[in-house]
Design a protein around this ligand. Structure first.
Ligand code: FAD
Ligand code: MLT
Ligand code: ZN
Length: 520
Protein backbone atom coordinates (compact mmCIF):
# COMPACT_ATOMS: atom_id res chain seq x y z
CA UNK A 1 0.00 0.00 0.00
CA UNK A 2 2.66 2.41 1.08
CA UNK A 3 4.78 1.41 -1.85
CA UNK A 4 1.88 2.05 -4.19
CA UNK A 5 1.42 5.44 -2.68
CA UNK A 6 5.07 6.15 -3.19
CA UNK A 7 4.73 5.28 -6.85
CA UNK A 8 1.77 7.58 -7.12
CA UNK A 9 3.76 10.26 -5.39
CA UNK A 10 6.17 10.16 -8.25
CA UNK A 11 3.53 10.42 -10.88
CA UNK A 12 5.30 13.12 -12.86
CA UNK A 13 8.86 12.02 -12.50
CA UNK A 14 11.14 10.50 -9.98
CA UNK A 15 13.50 13.14 -8.84
CA UNK A 16 16.42 10.86 -9.32
CA UNK A 17 15.71 9.40 -12.72
CA UNK A 18 13.72 11.78 -14.87
CA UNK A 19 15.24 15.06 -13.94
CA UNK A 20 16.02 17.50 -16.70
CA UNK A 21 18.86 19.13 -14.97
CA UNK A 22 20.61 20.81 -17.85
CA UNK A 23 19.38 24.32 -17.30
CA UNK A 24 16.46 25.04 -15.09
CA UNK A 25 15.04 28.53 -15.18
CA UNK A 26 14.69 28.89 -11.50
CA UNK A 27 12.36 31.31 -9.83
CA UNK A 28 10.56 32.24 -13.00
CA UNK A 29 7.63 30.02 -12.30
CA UNK A 30 4.33 29.67 -14.00
CA UNK A 31 2.98 33.07 -14.71
CA UNK A 32 -0.22 34.37 -16.10
CA UNK A 33 0.49 37.70 -17.64
CA UNK A 34 -2.62 37.87 -19.73
CA UNK A 35 -4.74 36.65 -16.83
CA UNK A 36 -3.55 39.38 -14.52
CA UNK A 37 -4.02 42.07 -17.13
CA UNK A 38 -7.37 40.81 -18.35
CA UNK A 39 -8.80 40.79 -14.89
CA UNK A 40 -7.57 44.27 -14.24
CA UNK A 41 -9.29 45.59 -17.33
CA UNK A 42 -12.32 43.36 -17.90
CA UNK A 43 -15.70 44.87 -18.64
CA UNK A 44 -17.73 44.03 -15.52
CA UNK A 45 -19.79 46.93 -14.09
CA UNK A 46 -17.85 49.79 -12.52
CA UNK A 47 -17.90 50.02 -8.75
CA UNK A 48 -19.49 53.09 -7.18
CA UNK A 49 -17.21 56.02 -6.39
CA UNK A 50 -15.53 55.31 -3.08
CA UNK A 51 -15.76 58.91 -1.96
CA UNK A 52 -19.53 58.46 -1.98
CA UNK A 53 -19.88 54.88 -0.71
CA UNK A 54 -17.46 55.50 2.14
CA UNK A 55 -18.53 59.06 2.78
CA UNK A 56 -14.98 60.41 2.48
CA UNK A 57 -14.51 64.09 3.24
CA UNK A 58 -12.26 65.57 0.54
CA UNK A 59 -9.09 67.05 2.06
CA UNK A 60 -8.36 70.73 1.86
CA UNK A 61 -6.50 70.47 -1.45
CA UNK A 62 -6.53 72.78 -4.45
CA UNK A 63 -8.75 71.94 -7.43
CA UNK A 64 -6.90 71.03 -10.59
CA UNK A 65 -7.25 73.73 -13.27
CA UNK A 66 -6.36 74.22 -16.94
CA UNK A 67 -3.18 76.08 -16.04
CA UNK A 68 -1.94 73.06 -14.08
CA UNK A 69 -2.65 70.76 -17.00
CA UNK A 70 -0.79 73.06 -19.43
CA UNK A 71 2.11 73.26 -17.01
CA UNK A 72 2.34 69.47 -16.89
CA UNK A 73 1.92 69.20 -20.65
CA UNK A 74 4.84 71.55 -21.18
CA UNK A 75 6.89 69.53 -18.77
CA UNK A 76 6.14 66.01 -20.05
CA UNK A 77 4.74 66.44 -23.56
CA UNK A 78 1.09 65.81 -24.37
CA UNK A 79 1.44 62.06 -24.81
CA UNK A 80 2.31 61.66 -21.16
CA UNK A 81 -0.51 63.73 -19.72
CA UNK A 82 -3.75 61.73 -19.81
CA UNK A 83 -7.18 63.23 -19.24
CA UNK A 84 -9.44 60.64 -20.94
CA UNK A 85 -10.25 56.95 -20.39
CA UNK A 86 -8.85 56.89 -16.89
CA UNK A 87 -10.87 53.95 -15.46
CA UNK A 88 -7.85 51.63 -15.49
CA UNK A 89 -6.02 54.12 -13.23
CA UNK A 90 -9.03 54.95 -11.04
CA UNK A 91 -10.20 51.43 -10.18
CA UNK A 92 -8.29 49.01 -7.98
CA UNK A 93 -7.44 45.45 -8.96
CA UNK A 94 -10.19 44.00 -6.77
CA UNK A 95 -12.72 46.43 -8.29
CA UNK A 96 -13.62 47.53 -4.83
CA UNK A 97 -12.19 51.05 -4.72
CA UNK A 98 -12.90 53.65 -7.38
CA UNK A 99 -11.52 57.16 -7.41
CA UNK A 100 -12.33 60.07 -9.67
CA UNK A 101 -9.01 61.39 -10.87
CA UNK A 102 -9.13 63.63 -13.91
CA UNK A 103 -5.42 63.48 -14.62
CA UNK A 104 -2.71 60.86 -15.02
CA UNK A 105 0.92 61.97 -15.36
CA UNK A 106 3.66 59.74 -16.69
CA UNK A 107 7.10 61.18 -15.97
CA UNK A 108 9.98 59.69 -17.95
CA UNK A 109 12.72 60.38 -15.41
CA UNK A 110 13.49 61.54 -11.88
CA UNK A 111 13.90 65.20 -12.89
CA UNK A 112 10.46 65.31 -14.51
CA UNK A 113 8.91 63.70 -11.45
CA UNK A 114 10.72 66.16 -9.17
CA UNK A 115 9.32 69.08 -11.20
CA UNK A 116 5.80 67.60 -11.00
CA UNK A 117 6.02 67.26 -7.23
CA UNK A 118 7.42 70.76 -6.78
CA UNK A 119 4.41 72.15 -8.63
CA UNK A 120 1.90 69.95 -6.79
CA UNK A 121 3.35 70.91 -3.44
CA UNK A 122 3.28 74.63 -4.21
CA UNK A 123 -0.31 74.36 -5.45
CA UNK A 124 -1.39 71.83 -2.76
CA UNK A 125 -2.56 69.31 -5.33
CA UNK A 126 -2.89 65.78 -3.93
CA UNK A 127 -1.29 62.84 -5.79
CA UNK A 128 -1.31 59.05 -5.70
CA UNK A 129 1.78 57.17 -6.93
CA UNK A 130 0.85 54.15 -9.02
CA UNK A 131 2.89 51.16 -10.13
CA UNK A 132 1.23 48.13 -11.72
CA UNK A 133 -2.02 48.74 -9.78
CA UNK A 134 -2.09 45.16 -8.51
CA UNK A 135 -2.23 46.20 -4.86
CA UNK A 136 -4.97 44.51 -2.84
CA UNK A 137 -5.72 47.18 -0.23
CA UNK A 138 -6.88 50.09 -2.36
CA UNK A 139 -3.63 52.02 -1.90
CA UNK A 140 -2.76 52.61 -5.54
CA UNK A 141 -5.86 54.40 -6.76
CA UNK A 142 -7.25 57.82 -5.89
CA UNK A 143 -10.05 58.08 -3.36
CA UNK A 144 -11.25 61.51 -4.46
CA UNK A 145 -9.66 63.39 -7.34
CA UNK A 146 -5.94 62.96 -6.62
CA UNK A 147 -3.62 63.16 -9.62
CA UNK A 148 -2.32 59.71 -10.53
CA UNK A 149 1.44 59.60 -11.02
CA UNK A 150 2.19 56.49 -12.99
CA UNK A 151 5.74 55.15 -12.98
CA UNK A 152 5.10 53.09 -16.14
CA UNK A 153 7.64 54.92 -18.28
CA UNK A 154 10.48 54.67 -15.79
CA UNK A 155 10.99 51.02 -16.54
CA UNK A 156 14.65 50.42 -17.33
CA UNK A 157 16.98 47.89 -15.77
CA UNK A 158 20.03 50.15 -15.48
CA UNK A 159 22.63 47.54 -14.61
CA UNK A 160 22.99 43.95 -13.46
CA UNK A 161 26.39 42.98 -12.11
CA UNK A 162 27.08 39.29 -12.43
CA UNK A 163 30.01 39.45 -10.02
CA UNK A 164 28.51 41.38 -7.12
CA UNK A 165 24.93 40.26 -7.81
CA UNK A 166 23.77 43.86 -7.54
CA UNK A 167 21.15 45.20 -9.93
CA UNK A 168 20.06 48.81 -10.32
CA UNK A 169 16.58 49.28 -11.69
CA UNK A 170 14.04 52.03 -12.25
CA UNK A 171 10.91 51.83 -10.11
CA UNK A 172 8.47 51.29 -12.99
CA UNK A 173 10.15 48.10 -14.24
CA UNK A 174 7.73 45.17 -14.29
CA UNK A 175 8.94 42.50 -11.88
CA UNK A 176 8.91 39.77 -14.49
CA UNK A 177 11.04 41.84 -16.89
CA UNK A 178 13.51 42.52 -14.13
CA UNK A 179 13.62 38.79 -13.27
CA UNK A 180 14.31 37.95 -16.90
CA UNK A 181 17.22 40.39 -17.06
CA UNK A 182 18.67 38.96 -13.87
CA UNK A 183 18.20 35.43 -15.18
CA UNK A 184 20.08 36.30 -18.37
CA UNK A 185 23.25 36.62 -16.29
CA UNK A 186 22.51 33.73 -13.95
CA UNK A 187 21.04 35.75 -11.10
CA UNK A 188 17.63 35.61 -9.47
CA UNK A 189 15.52 38.45 -8.13
CA UNK A 190 14.89 37.54 -4.48
CA UNK A 191 11.18 38.30 -4.81
CA UNK A 192 8.48 36.43 -6.68
CA UNK A 193 4.71 36.77 -6.58
CA UNK A 194 1.66 35.91 -8.61
CA UNK A 195 1.24 39.45 -9.95
CA UNK A 196 4.77 39.51 -11.41
CA UNK A 197 3.56 40.09 -14.95
CA UNK A 198 2.02 43.44 -13.99
CA UNK A 199 3.43 44.70 -10.70
CA UNK A 200 6.40 47.08 -10.68
CA UNK A 201 9.52 46.64 -8.61
CA UNK A 202 8.89 50.15 -7.19
CA UNK A 203 5.38 49.06 -6.17
CA UNK A 204 6.85 45.92 -4.61
CA UNK A 205 9.32 47.91 -2.55
CA UNK A 206 6.69 50.51 -1.60
CA UNK A 207 4.46 47.74 -0.24
CA UNK A 208 7.35 45.66 1.10
CA UNK A 209 5.84 42.81 -0.90
CA UNK A 210 6.37 39.30 0.41
CA UNK A 211 5.47 36.48 -1.93
CA UNK A 212 6.91 33.01 -2.20
CA UNK A 213 10.61 33.76 -1.61
CA UNK A 214 10.67 35.38 1.83
CA UNK A 215 11.37 32.03 3.48
CA UNK A 216 14.58 31.79 1.50
CA UNK A 217 15.82 35.35 0.99
CA UNK A 218 14.16 37.31 3.78
CA UNK A 219 12.15 40.46 3.21
CA UNK A 220 13.05 43.48 1.16
CA UNK A 221 14.63 45.43 4.01
CA UNK A 222 17.58 43.07 3.61
CA UNK A 223 17.75 42.69 -0.15
CA UNK A 224 17.05 46.28 -1.21
CA UNK A 225 20.40 47.99 -0.71
CA UNK A 226 19.41 51.52 -1.64
CA UNK A 227 16.64 53.68 -3.03
CA UNK A 228 16.23 57.02 -4.72
CA UNK A 229 12.98 58.84 -3.97
CA UNK A 230 11.34 62.11 -4.89
CA UNK A 231 9.86 63.80 -1.84
CA UNK A 232 6.61 65.74 -1.57
CA UNK A 233 8.38 69.06 -2.15
CA UNK A 234 10.22 67.81 -5.23
CA UNK A 235 13.57 67.20 -3.52
CA UNK A 236 15.44 64.13 -4.73
CA UNK A 237 16.62 61.99 -1.84
CA UNK A 238 19.51 59.83 -3.00
CA UNK A 239 19.89 56.82 -0.69
CA UNK A 240 21.38 54.56 -3.33
CA UNK A 241 24.01 52.10 -2.16
CA UNK A 242 25.81 49.18 -3.66
CA UNK A 243 26.80 47.59 -0.40
CA UNK A 244 25.19 45.23 2.04
CA UNK A 245 26.93 46.92 4.92
CA UNK A 246 26.55 50.63 5.50
CA UNK A 247 26.21 51.90 9.04
CA UNK A 248 26.45 55.60 8.37
CA UNK A 249 23.60 56.75 10.55
CA UNK A 250 19.89 56.07 10.27
CA UNK A 251 18.87 53.48 7.68
CA UNK A 252 16.62 55.91 5.88
CA UNK A 253 16.04 53.70 2.84
CA UNK A 254 14.06 51.38 5.09
CA UNK A 255 11.50 54.13 5.65
CA UNK A 256 10.53 53.90 2.01
CA UNK A 257 10.22 50.11 2.04
CA UNK A 258 6.58 49.54 2.91
CA UNK A 259 5.58 53.21 3.23
CA UNK A 260 3.03 52.76 0.39
CA UNK A 261 3.73 56.06 -1.34
CA UNK A 262 2.98 58.17 1.73
CA UNK A 263 6.51 59.50 2.33
CA UNK A 264 7.94 59.83 -1.16
CA UNK A 265 7.91 58.33 -4.64
CA UNK A 266 10.58 55.73 -5.29
CA UNK A 267 12.28 56.26 -8.63
CA UNK A 268 15.21 53.86 -8.53
CA UNK A 269 16.64 51.14 -6.34
CA UNK A 270 19.51 48.73 -6.02
CA UNK A 271 18.90 45.13 -5.11
CA UNK A 272 21.06 42.22 -4.13
CA UNK A 273 20.24 39.31 -6.44
CA UNK A 274 21.53 35.86 -5.45
CA UNK A 275 23.04 33.50 -7.99
CA UNK A 276 20.48 31.09 -9.41
CA UNK A 277 20.30 27.62 -7.95
CA UNK A 278 21.28 24.86 -10.33
CA UNK A 279 19.00 22.21 -8.87
CA UNK A 280 15.34 22.90 -8.23
CA UNK A 281 12.54 20.50 -7.28
CA UNK A 282 8.93 20.94 -6.37
CA UNK A 283 6.76 18.61 -4.31
CA UNK A 284 2.98 18.93 -4.23
CA UNK A 285 1.53 16.83 -1.45
CA UNK A 286 -1.86 16.04 0.05
CA UNK A 287 -2.48 15.92 3.81
CA UNK A 288 -5.35 15.11 6.07
CA UNK A 289 -5.17 17.71 8.81
CA UNK A 290 -3.54 21.00 9.70
CA UNK A 291 -1.69 19.15 12.42
CA UNK A 292 -0.01 17.06 9.74
CA UNK A 293 0.74 20.23 7.79
CA UNK A 294 2.65 21.62 10.77
CA UNK A 295 4.53 18.37 11.33
CA UNK A 296 5.46 18.30 7.67
CA UNK A 297 6.70 21.88 7.79
CA UNK A 298 8.89 21.10 10.80
CA UNK A 299 10.18 18.01 9.03
CA UNK A 300 10.92 20.10 5.91
CA UNK A 301 12.99 22.53 7.97
CA UNK A 302 14.84 19.66 9.68
CA UNK A 303 15.42 17.43 6.69
CA UNK A 304 15.70 19.88 3.82
CA UNK A 305 17.47 22.59 5.79
CA UNK A 306 19.30 25.05 3.60
CA UNK A 307 17.76 23.85 0.32
CA UNK A 308 14.17 24.59 1.38
CA UNK A 309 13.18 27.58 -0.77
CA UNK A 310 9.40 27.78 -0.49
CA UNK A 311 6.65 26.31 1.63
CA UNK A 312 3.10 27.20 0.67
CA UNK A 313 -0.25 25.95 1.93
CA UNK A 314 -3.50 25.67 -0.01
CA UNK A 315 -6.67 24.31 1.53
CA UNK A 316 -9.08 22.17 -0.43
CA UNK A 317 -11.66 24.92 -0.94
CA UNK A 318 -9.09 27.38 -2.23
CA UNK A 319 -7.68 24.85 -4.68
CA UNK A 320 -11.15 23.87 -5.84
CA UNK A 321 -12.03 27.49 -6.55
CA UNK A 322 -9.01 27.80 -8.83
CA UNK A 323 -9.72 24.45 -10.51
CA UNK A 324 -13.37 25.24 -11.10
CA UNK A 325 -12.67 28.68 -12.58
CA UNK A 326 -9.70 27.79 -14.78
CA UNK A 327 -10.14 24.60 -16.74
CA UNK A 328 -6.56 24.65 -18.00
CA UNK A 329 -5.33 23.91 -14.48
CA UNK A 330 -4.56 20.35 -13.69
CA UNK A 331 -3.99 19.05 -10.19
CA UNK A 332 -1.99 15.81 -9.96
CA UNK A 333 -3.82 14.83 -6.76
CA UNK A 334 -7.25 15.52 -5.35
CA UNK A 335 -9.54 14.83 -2.42
CA UNK A 336 -7.33 16.04 0.46
CA UNK A 337 -8.29 18.77 2.92
CA UNK A 338 -4.82 20.35 2.68
CA UNK A 339 -2.10 20.67 0.08
CA UNK A 340 1.45 21.83 0.50
CA UNK A 341 3.78 23.06 -2.19
CA UNK A 342 7.36 22.58 -1.12
CA UNK A 343 10.24 23.76 -3.25
CA UNK A 344 13.92 23.06 -2.86
CA UNK A 345 16.72 24.98 -4.54
CA UNK A 346 20.32 23.96 -4.17
CA UNK A 347 23.55 23.52 -6.02
CA UNK A 348 24.01 19.77 -6.02
CA UNK A 349 21.23 17.79 -7.71
CA UNK A 350 22.19 14.40 -6.30
CA UNK A 351 22.53 15.72 -2.80
CA UNK A 352 19.22 17.62 -3.01
CA UNK A 353 17.34 14.63 -4.40
CA UNK A 354 18.59 12.44 -1.61
CA UNK A 355 17.34 14.91 0.95
CA UNK A 356 13.99 15.37 -0.72
CA UNK A 357 13.41 11.65 -1.09
CA UNK A 358 14.23 11.11 2.56
CA UNK A 359 11.87 13.89 3.60
CA UNK A 360 9.02 12.44 1.51
CA UNK A 361 9.62 8.86 2.65
CA UNK A 362 9.65 9.91 6.29
CA UNK A 363 6.40 11.82 5.86
CA UNK A 364 4.75 8.87 4.15
CA UNK A 365 5.96 6.40 6.74
CA UNK A 366 4.44 8.55 9.45
CA UNK A 367 1.30 8.87 7.33
CA UNK A 368 1.51 12.64 7.47
CA UNK A 369 2.06 12.94 3.73
CA UNK A 370 -0.66 10.88 2.05
CA UNK A 371 -0.04 11.40 -1.61
CA UNK A 372 1.61 13.73 -4.04
CA UNK A 373 4.00 14.48 -6.83
CA UNK A 374 7.65 15.38 -6.95
CA UNK A 375 9.26 16.83 -10.02
CA UNK A 376 12.36 18.61 -11.20
CA UNK A 377 11.02 19.05 -14.71
CA UNK A 378 10.70 22.79 -15.43
CA UNK A 379 7.39 22.45 -17.28
CA UNK A 380 5.85 20.30 -14.56
CA UNK A 381 7.13 22.61 -11.86
CA UNK A 382 5.43 25.48 -13.66
CA UNK A 383 2.16 23.52 -13.78
CA UNK A 384 2.33 23.01 -10.04
CA UNK A 385 3.21 26.60 -9.28
CA UNK A 386 0.31 27.67 -11.46
CA UNK A 387 -2.07 25.83 -9.12
CA UNK A 388 -0.91 28.09 -6.30
CA UNK A 389 -0.67 31.30 -8.31
CA UNK A 390 -4.18 31.01 -9.76
CA UNK A 391 -5.86 30.69 -6.35
CA UNK A 392 -6.26 34.46 -5.76
CA UNK A 393 -7.54 34.91 -9.30
CA UNK A 394 -9.98 32.00 -8.98
CA UNK A 395 -11.47 33.70 -5.95
CA UNK A 396 -12.30 36.91 -7.81
CA UNK A 397 -13.04 35.56 -11.26
CA UNK A 398 -16.80 35.33 -10.84
CA UNK A 399 -17.41 36.47 -7.31
CA UNK A 400 -16.61 39.07 -4.71
CA UNK A 401 -13.88 38.36 -2.19
CA UNK A 402 -13.08 39.84 1.21
CA UNK A 403 -9.35 39.23 1.46
CA UNK A 404 -7.24 39.14 4.60
CA UNK A 405 -3.53 38.88 4.79
CA UNK A 406 -2.47 38.19 8.34
CA UNK A 407 0.54 36.99 10.28
CA UNK A 408 -0.43 34.45 12.91
CA UNK A 409 1.56 32.18 15.22
CA UNK A 410 1.97 28.85 13.43
CA UNK A 411 0.11 26.82 16.03
CA UNK A 412 -2.96 29.03 15.56
CA UNK A 413 -2.41 29.55 11.86
CA UNK A 414 -5.47 27.87 10.41
CA UNK A 415 -8.09 27.93 13.18
CA UNK A 416 -9.44 31.33 12.11
CA UNK A 417 -10.56 29.82 8.80
CA UNK A 418 -12.87 27.39 10.60
CA UNK A 419 -14.04 30.08 13.00
CA UNK A 420 -14.84 32.42 10.15
CA UNK A 421 -16.68 29.72 8.20
CA UNK A 422 -18.86 29.19 11.25
CA UNK A 423 -19.44 32.94 11.70
CA UNK A 424 -20.42 33.55 8.09
CA UNK A 425 -22.57 30.43 7.69
CA UNK A 426 -24.50 30.26 4.43
CA UNK A 427 -23.99 33.99 3.77
CA UNK A 428 -20.57 33.16 2.32
CA UNK A 429 -20.16 30.90 -0.69
CA UNK A 430 -16.61 29.92 0.23
CA UNK A 431 -14.38 30.60 3.22
CA UNK A 432 -10.88 29.36 2.57
CA UNK A 433 -7.26 29.73 3.59
CA UNK A 434 -3.96 29.51 1.77
CA UNK A 435 -0.67 31.32 1.91
CA UNK A 436 2.92 31.50 2.85
CA UNK A 437 3.04 28.94 5.65
CA UNK A 438 6.83 29.21 5.74
CA UNK A 439 6.47 32.86 6.82
CA UNK A 440 3.45 32.40 9.14
CA UNK A 441 1.39 34.42 6.64
CA UNK A 442 -2.19 33.28 6.10
CA UNK A 443 -4.48 34.51 3.33
CA UNK A 444 -7.98 34.19 4.70
CA UNK A 445 -10.59 34.74 2.00
CA UNK A 446 -14.35 35.06 2.34
CA UNK A 447 -16.29 34.81 -0.90
CA UNK A 448 -19.80 35.81 -1.81
CA UNK A 449 -21.60 36.67 -5.02
CA UNK A 450 -21.20 40.40 -4.59
CA UNK A 451 -20.27 42.86 -1.86
CA UNK A 452 -22.54 42.06 1.04
CA UNK A 453 -22.81 44.30 4.06
CA UNK A 454 -24.03 41.50 6.36
CA UNK A 455 -20.96 39.39 5.72
CA UNK A 456 -18.73 42.44 5.90
CA UNK A 457 -20.01 43.14 9.41
CA UNK A 458 -19.50 39.55 10.47
CA UNK A 459 -15.95 39.53 9.21
CA UNK A 460 -14.69 42.99 10.20
CA UNK A 461 -13.48 44.02 12.70
CA UNK A 462 -13.65 40.45 14.06
CA UNK A 463 -10.75 39.25 11.94
CA UNK A 464 -8.55 42.09 13.22
CA UNK A 465 -9.56 41.57 16.85
CA UNK A 466 -8.82 37.87 16.54
CA UNK A 467 -5.41 38.55 14.97
CA UNK A 468 -4.57 41.17 17.56
CA UNK A 469 -5.43 38.85 20.45
CA UNK A 470 -2.90 36.38 19.09
CA UNK A 471 -0.37 39.22 18.72
CA UNK A 472 -0.34 38.71 14.98
CA UNK A 473 -0.16 41.36 12.27
CA UNK A 474 -3.26 42.60 10.44
CA UNK A 475 -1.12 42.99 7.33
CA UNK A 476 1.63 40.49 6.71
CA UNK A 477 2.48 41.71 3.20
CA UNK A 478 -0.26 43.60 1.33
CA UNK A 479 -0.05 46.77 3.42
CA UNK A 480 -2.66 49.08 4.94
CA UNK A 481 -3.74 51.25 2.00
CA UNK A 482 -7.33 52.47 2.17
CA UNK A 483 -9.05 49.24 3.17
CA UNK A 484 -7.25 48.70 6.46
CA UNK A 485 -6.56 52.28 7.54
CA UNK A 486 -9.16 52.15 10.33
CA UNK A 487 -7.60 49.03 11.82
CA UNK A 488 -3.94 49.99 12.10
CA UNK A 489 -4.29 50.24 15.88
CA UNK A 490 -4.87 46.49 16.09
CA UNK A 491 -1.22 46.00 15.20
CA UNK A 492 0.48 49.27 16.22
CA UNK A 493 0.26 50.92 19.60
CA UNK A 494 -0.81 54.59 19.98
CA UNK A 495 2.73 55.82 20.61
CA UNK A 496 3.97 54.15 17.45
CA UNK A 497 1.07 55.57 15.44
CA UNK A 498 1.79 59.07 16.78
CA UNK A 499 5.42 58.76 15.68
CA UNK A 500 4.27 57.57 12.26
CA UNK A 501 2.04 60.65 11.98
CA UNK A 502 4.89 62.93 12.98
CA UNK A 503 7.16 61.36 10.40
CA UNK A 504 4.49 61.78 7.76
CA UNK A 505 4.15 65.48 8.68
CA UNK A 506 7.87 65.99 8.45
CA UNK A 507 8.18 64.39 5.01
CA UNK A 508 4.94 65.76 3.63
CA UNK A 509 3.72 68.82 5.59
CA UNK A 510 0.88 69.49 3.13
CA UNK A 511 -0.26 65.87 3.17
CA UNK A 512 -0.36 65.67 -0.64
CA UNK A 513 1.22 62.21 -0.96
CA UNK A 514 -1.35 59.44 -1.10
CA UNK A 515 -3.92 60.97 1.25
CA UNK A 516 -6.81 58.99 2.81
CA UNK A 517 -4.50 55.96 3.14
CA UNK A 518 -2.62 54.24 5.96
CA UNK A 519 -2.79 57.00 8.58
CA UNK A 520 -5.99 58.68 7.45
P1 FAD B 1 0.53 49.36 -6.94
O1 FAD B 1 -0.60 48.46 -6.70
O2 FAD B 1 0.46 50.24 -8.12
O3 FAD B 1 0.76 50.26 -5.64
C1 FAD B 1 0.81 49.70 -4.36
C2 FAD B 1 1.16 50.81 -3.33
O4 FAD B 1 2.48 51.28 -3.56
C3 FAD B 1 0.27 52.03 -3.44
O5 FAD B 1 0.11 52.58 -2.17
C4 FAD B 1 1.05 52.98 -4.31
O6 FAD B 1 0.74 54.33 -4.07
C5 FAD B 1 2.47 52.66 -3.91
N1 FAD B 1 3.47 52.81 -4.98
C6 FAD B 1 3.53 52.15 -6.16
N2 FAD B 1 4.66 52.49 -6.81
C7 FAD B 1 5.30 53.38 -6.04
C8 FAD B 1 6.52 54.08 -6.14
N3 FAD B 1 7.33 53.97 -7.20
N4 FAD B 1 6.89 54.91 -5.13
C9 FAD B 1 6.11 55.06 -4.03
N5 FAD B 1 4.95 54.42 -3.88
C10 FAD B 1 4.55 53.59 -4.87
N6 FAD B 1 1.58 40.91 -2.59
C11 FAD B 1 2.48 40.29 -1.79
O7 FAD B 1 3.08 40.94 -0.93
N7 FAD B 1 2.74 38.95 -1.95
C12 FAD B 1 2.12 38.20 -2.87
O8 FAD B 1 2.36 37.00 -2.96
C13 FAD B 1 1.19 38.83 -3.74
N8 FAD B 1 0.57 38.13 -4.71
C14 FAD B 1 -0.34 38.74 -5.49
C15 FAD B 1 -0.98 38.00 -6.49
C16 FAD B 1 -1.92 38.60 -7.29
C17 FAD B 1 -2.60 37.79 -8.36
C18 FAD B 1 -2.25 39.97 -7.11
C19 FAD B 1 -3.26 40.65 -7.98
C20 FAD B 1 -1.61 40.72 -6.15
C21 FAD B 1 -0.66 40.11 -5.32
N9 FAD B 1 0.01 40.83 -4.34
C22 FAD B 1 0.93 40.22 -3.54
C23 FAD B 1 -0.30 42.25 -4.11
C24 FAD B 1 0.49 43.22 -5.04
O9 FAD B 1 0.85 42.60 -6.22
C25 FAD B 1 1.71 43.76 -4.34
O10 FAD B 1 1.31 44.59 -3.28
C26 FAD B 1 2.67 44.55 -5.24
O11 FAD B 1 3.85 44.81 -4.55
C27 FAD B 1 2.09 45.86 -5.75
O12 FAD B 1 2.90 46.34 -6.79
P2 FAD B 1 2.31 47.34 -7.87
O13 FAD B 1 3.42 47.81 -8.75
O14 FAD B 1 1.15 46.77 -8.55
O15 FAD B 1 1.88 48.56 -6.94
C1 MLT C 1 -0.90 35.40 -2.71
O1 MLT C 1 -0.05 34.98 -1.93
O2 MLT C 1 -1.45 34.68 -3.55
C2 MLT C 1 -1.19 36.86 -2.70
O3 MLT C 1 -0.69 37.53 -1.62
C3 MLT C 1 -2.55 37.28 -3.13
C4 MLT C 1 -3.65 36.88 -2.22
O4 MLT C 1 -3.58 37.08 -1.02
O5 MLT C 1 -4.67 36.40 -2.68
ZN1 ZN D 1 0.68 36.32 -0.52
Amino acid sequence: MRFQRLLQLRKYATVATLRQSTHIRTHTHAHTPTMVRTLASSTSPLPELTQITDNVQRGNYAQLNDKDVSHFTQLLGKNHVLTDDLDGYNICFLKRIRGNSKLVLKPGNTEELAAIMKHCNQRKLAVVPQGGNTGLVGGSVPICDEIVISLQRMNKVLSVDEVTGIAVVEAGCILENFSQRAHDVGLTVPLDLGAKASCHIGGNVSTNAGGIRVLRYGNLHGTVLGVEAVLANGQVLDLMSNFKKDNTGYHMKNLFIGSEGTLGIITKLSMLCPHESKAVNVAFIGLNSFDDVLKTFVSAKRNLGEILSSCELIDERALNMALSQFKFLNSPISGYPFYMLIETSGSNATHDEEKLNKFISLGMEREEILDGTVTGDPGKMQEIWKLREMVPLGLIENSFCFKYDISLPLRDFYSIVDVMRERCGPLATVVCGYGHLGDSNLHLNVNCERFNDDIYKRVEPFVYEYTSKLKGSISAEHGIGFLKKDYLHYSKNPVAIDWMRDMKKMFDPNGILNPYKMLA
